[in-house]
Design a protein around this ligand. Structure first.
Ligand code: PHE
Length: 513
């Protein structure tokens, strides 16, 4: 029987037959100087031809460079770059002069100084109000064969390395392991792998191997131009070969979630609006019929702005006057108002926006013809203690829809549709209270980790809110917690996880929407 083996497959069989013991793919790759993925895919096809067989599952440990480790593998450790710079400047220099070269980023320079000093590569002294660094005598030798840099260099291409490959005394190895961990340059990862050995069929194949004619792996322009490809045999693709995981760039899950929400709302026919984060109390509260000096104002606390102190400018002066009258005596709204002297100074005070309902009010002041359909998904700020379900900065899904025949049923329908758009179907409604809506509805959603949680407020704007802006038809309004909805949609139990920067976790996060 004749076998057609590629040169690399033959090498693998040959290696297994010489070594005479089971080996893992990565150990074969290392010995033959081949890429891990190449060996793994060849092993898979040799296994299918029964030329090799699986022996046992073993765990291998290796180090994977962190982004910082990768950076230093490519650029060199900052302390080594610092020494080289100093050597160029004649062996000494001030901290400022090194900063001026801009070779090291400010943070890298701090790191470099710390480590160079700890390694006793430089001595540091102060004079003339400057900090001077001087190379110690044996420094230039020390950096030539610096063990940590050698280790990083060996992983430059692949991003990982095994301790077994590093030819260093035990005590140095231990020190390097500690440094890698402390400086967060690499993480220890374990993976299961299978060792393989050559079968008797494999031995036969090796003897009889037809290696004179190579199987082609990659089609090159030359092969095409010269028509040589017509006489060649191509290596078939093996789609079942396991490969190392690849993490393509993707959006942060929370960003992806917000983008999805926006698409849902646009799909429902809403138009996106934006408003300022630093807001006047007028738009944040007064226009919403929240009295200026009253406990009702304190349904939620506000961050007041010290700088700039204000006052803010309110462009729609006539609306401001009508709102003032509505607060004082109800104006033409049929209400008795709050019955207190309205302060224009308070109206112009600056605060951090505490509700995106302010954006809805700004929108209403400029859009008075039905149908009115607006949404805004944006940040708000309230003094809150930070914990698993509270944050001082939070995102609301705000929206209004205004038109002649709208009712509370429509309102609940829209809120359901928004939640459903991101896959959340467990939702409940209860009567609620807000100073600016009547009736008001509070909604709750089910977060698997936490149970039923308040999702947000909604209702039909009171005439005291709409009439001063010349709107005499019902306007449905809602302000929902985007963070809460994200927790329900993404299966997260802690609000702090929404903003995670844990790269390992983010790489593995699947795309949901
Ligand atoms: N702005 C309210 C809040 O932040 C929510 C709300 C919006 C209630 C619109 C009713 C209408 O709590």
């Amino acid at each position: 029987m004749k076998y057609r083996l590629s040169e690399k497959s033959r090498q693998i069989l040959d290696h297994l037959s010489t070594v005479k013991r089971p080996l893992s793919a990565s150990s074969i790759a290392r010995s033959l100087g081949l890429k891990d993925d190449t060996v793994r895919s060849l092993i898979e096809s040799l296994r299918q031809k029964k030329l090799i067989e699986d022996k046992e599952t073993i765990r291998i440990e290796f180090y994977q460079l962190t982004p910082e480790g990768q950076h230093f593998a490519t650029k060199g450790l900052p302390e080594i770059r610092l020494v080289k710079l100093l050597a160029k400047q004649g062996g000494a220099g001030s901290v400022e002069s090194i900063a001026d070269t801009k070779v090291l980023k400010p943070l890298e320079q701090t790191l470099a100084l710390g480590w160079a000093r700890r390694n006793k590569w430089i001595s540091v002294s102060e004079s003339d109000g400057q900090t001077w660094m001087k190379l110690t005598s044996n420094t230039t030798e020390a950096i030539k064969q610096h063990p940590l840099q050698l280790v990083l260099d060996s992983a430059k291409e692949s991003g990982f390395f095994q301790l077994a490959d590093i030819k260093l005394e035990k005590k140095y190895l231990r020190r390097i392991q500690n440094t890698l961990r402390k400086r967060k340059l690499a993480e220890l990862v374990t993976r299961q792998t299978i060792t393989v050995s050559i079968t008797s069929k494999g031995h036969q194949a090796l003897k009889a191997a037809l290696t004179d004619k190579e199987l082609i792996r990659d089609l090159s322009p030359d092969l095409l131009k010269s028509d040589a490809w017509k006489d060649q045999d191509f290596m078939p693709y093996n789609l079942r070969t396991p490969t190392s995981p690849l993490y393509p760039g993707k959006k942060h899950p929370f960003v992806e979630f917000i983008d999805r929400l926006k698409r849902v709302l646009i799909g429902l026919g809403f138009q996106e609006a934006k408003g300022p984060l630093v807001e006047t109390e007028f738009w944040n509260n007064d226009a919403l019929f929240m009295p200026q000096d009253h406990v009702a104002r304190e349904v939620h606390d506000l961050y007041h702005i010290k700088k700039p102190k204000g006052p803010g400018r309110i462009i729609d002066e006539s609306a401001l006057k009508r709102v003032a009258k509505t607060h004082e005596n109800g104006w033409k709204t049929g209400s008795t108002g709050w019955r207190y002297p309205y302060s224009f100074d308070i109206a112009r005070r600056l605060v951090m926006r505490s509700q995106t309902t302010s954006v809805s009010m700004r929108f209403l002041s400029e859009h008075k013809e039905p149908p009115i359909t607006m949404f805004s998904i944006d940040r708000n700020f309230r003094p809150e203690k930070f914990d698993a379900t509270h944050s001082a900065e939070f995102i609301q899904i705000e929206g209004i829809i205004g038109g002649k025949d709208l009712t509370l049923r429509d309102l609940m329908g829209y809120i359901k549709a928004i939640a459903k758009g991101v896959g959340v179907e467990k939702i409940k409604f209860k009567p609620g209270f807000f100073p600016f809506t009547e009736p008001s509805v509070e909604s709750f959603i089910f977060i698997p980790e936490l149970g039923w949680k308040e999702f947000g407020g909604s209702g039909i704007f009171r005439p005291e809110v709409t009439l001063p802006f010349g709107i005499d038809f019902p306007v449905l309004a809602w302000g929902l917690g985007a963070d809460r909805l994200a927790m329900a949609a993404l299966g997260i139990g802690d609000i702090r996880e929404l903003a995670t920067r844990n790269l390992g976790q983010l790489r593995k996060a699947s795309m949901r929407f």
